[in-house]
Design a protein around this ligand. Sequence first.
Ligand code: 16G
Length: 244
Amino acid sequence: SDDEDRRDQEDTRPKYMKIRDAIYRKYIAGRPSNSVIPPERKLAEEFKASRVTIRKAIGKLEADNVVYKVQGGGTYTVEPGIVKSLKLTSFSEDIRARGMVPSSRVLLHERAQADREASWRLKVSPGADVYILRRLRLADGEPMCLEEVTVPLEYVPDIEKQNITGSFYDVLQHKYGLLPVWADQVVSPVVLEPGDVKLLQVAPYSPALKIVRVTFDAKGRRIETTTSLYRGDKYMLHYAVKRD
Ligand code: 16G
């Protein structure tokens, strides 16, 4: 369409990245796992690109973990889903790593008094001033996660004046010099409440992965606690285990 053409012209990224996205839209998005990606030769014809460019585009899709290659046997879609690892990452980073565009809808942001649980997690007194930010988080416009961050207000003065529609970790780092270095996390499966089902646009009683994180900076300060509800049909947790 004209719209797509215009967007394509404004897109200054390398050609292989545009083709990567085009392949993603046409052959990967919304497909079940193990769907076949057409061979390089076909893709080269279809997208009017060299085999080298196609190979680079497929290589990027492989690096983004959305396709896998079988030696001498073609390319297939991996199980759709975002694999969270044991690295300390932000939602925006997780989504970009999959080659998708993160966005957020702010549902609530306010100064409040720490409730019992928040005060325990953040080691502040009950009733202490905190800032609460509740967001619906999306990837390529699709709801993925519901998230509520609580931060001691003393760490984020004038937070109302900040633009909080992008990455909150960016705001913490660049506006307040707060750099998350490690986090304590508790993961549990939950059944979504009716209100959350609506926001995440999933069927009633859908499962979610609940992750409660307490994040520390290099000085050992507790800079945030977050409760995230990740769609159970979209997220997986992957980690290595070692014998002592
Ligand atoms: C992740 C973090 C959450 C953090 C958010 C910041 C987990 C389990 N939780 O969702 O604690 O507040 O990222 O994301 O990973 P942002 O910088 O994209 O706003």
